[in-house]
Ligand binder design. Structure first.
Ligand SMILES: *Cc1c(COP(=O)(O)O)cnc(C)c1O
Length: 401
């Protein structure tokens, strides 16, 4: 079984590149060039120098003592929340802007949901002195104001999108429309392991620095370079893909993916794509898609803007279908409880997205000697208004009494 992309751009029956005629050449150029660029000495040097000196890598692998005691195993947190800009997204945007530059592209566009990808793009565009346009659903513009202000301060043009339920899927549609109008000078920097081939593979490779570091850090701390469990949240799947990349073919390692259950799998308000989705084509790839009987996209819902997406990276659709990964859905209230728990036990306020990975811990049975690595994909600063409602704070006080 091969869990990586095949030479045609597929993971099992998922993936591929389903793009309009006008983008065909752009996508084909990228397919022909991305591996040559990623494997070139000059790219590797610039990418890794920036990851070290600008992003602050390697990110720590932190042994969470009190959390471990609570769940009866050895839990390490991979601290992507400590990266510059506060999440794992910057690993990918630095890589893609270097690829774009080497292909002679001069204008960057992107979609964003939580605004984390938008901030990561606006940051690297400031760094590389390139113009950038970020599409963002109007609902997200409203619920993620601090990130909108950051993007603007960094010099990006933020375009609110008014179609659909005005979230990530709609922003992605708009970014693709822009790309169709400017195929020659514009590079579309996709924020997750989604989109037409080669994006899912390119993004997974750029994020694979996460599992590269986990191997070295575990060796130092545990005397072996693999854990028993890897856990991560999945929106489109990039932090999860980075976390599991170098372990996909290591049968000793169990993979747990946490997707957003919203208000519950059967509530009609969910974003649990791997459990609720059916095969379809979304944003250039064949994957699992939340859709009705006529193939119309169902509006997803999650309290977390970064997980509120009706599709899923093809790599994960395949991991789920082949049962290489165990997929759990974590509801809004479980994620909030998990965010408070990590804060209380370890003094780390996680992003709401990452809190979904933490919210899967109570759903599993561990042995005392199990070693687990859980990726904290980002920090909670952007989510303070959602996390600290009066009601959540009151529940927290009651828990303490
Ligand atoms: C965007 C985001 C996610 C979801 O994206 P993936 O591609 O699934 O990783 C998760 N966590 C944080 C903090 C994010 O910003």
């Amino acid at each position: 079984m091969n869990y990586h992309v095949d030479e045609k751009g597929y993971y099992g029956r998922f993936g591929g590149a389903y793009v309009p005629e006008i983008l065909h050449k752009c996508v084909e150029d990228l397919q022909n060039k991305y591996l040559k660029v990623l494997e070139s000495g000059s790219f590797k040097k610039e990418y890794h120098d920036l990851l070290r000196d600008y992003v602050g890598r390697p990110s720590p692998l932190y042994f969470a003592k009190r959390l471990s005691r609570k769940y009866g195993c050895r839990i390490y947190l991979k601290r992507e929340d400590l990266n510059h800009t506060g999440a794992h997204k910057i690993n990918n945007t630095i890589g893609q802007i270097l690829v774009a530059r080497s292909m002679g592209k001069t204008r960057m566009i992107a979609e964003t949901g939580a605004g984390q990808h938008g901030v990561a793009i606006a940051t690297v565009c400031a760094l590389m002195d390139m113009p950038c346009v970020v599409y963002m659903g109007k609902t997200d513009v409203e619920r993620q104001q601090p990130n909108v202000k950051k993007m603007q301060m960094l010099g990006a043009t933020v375009v609110p999108v008014f179609s659909g339920n005005m979230t990530l899927k709609d922003a992605t549609n708009e970014a693709i429309r822009d790309w169709c109008c400017h195929p020659s000078d514009t590079f579309y920097i996709i924020g997750s392991t989604v989109g037409p081939h080669p994006y899912p593979d390119m993004v997974a490779r750029l994020q694979s620095v996460i599992s590269d570091e986990i191997k070295k850090q575990l060796m130092e701390k545990e005397g072996r370079d693999y854990p028993d469990y890897l856990m991560a949240c999945v929106g489109g799947g990039s932090n999860a893909a980075g976390t599991v990349y170098h372990y996909l073919h290591d049968g000793r390692v169990k993979i747990i993916l946490a997707e957003a259950g919203g208000e519950g799998l059967l509530s009609g308000k969910s974003a649990a794509t791997m459990q609720l989705g059916k095969e379809g084509i979304l944003h250039g790839a064949r994957t699992l898609v939340m859709q009705n009987e006529d193939g119309q996209i169902e509006e997803p819902y999650s309290i977390s803007a970064g997980l509120d997406y009706p599709g899923i990276g093809p790599i994960h659709a395949n991991l789920s279908e082949t049962k290489r990964a165990k997929v759990l859905s974590v509801n809004d209230d479980e994620a909030i409880a998990a965010a408070f728990e990590l804060t209380q036990l370890e003094g780390i306020i996680p992003a709401l997205e990452s809190a979904h990975a933490l919210g899967a811990l109570p759903k599993l049975d561990f042995k005392q000697e199990d070693v687990l690595v859980l990726t904290v994909s980002g920090r909670g600063d952007k989510d303070m208004d959602t996390l600290c409602t009066q009601e959540n704070l009151r529940m927290r006080r009651q828990d303490n009494e």
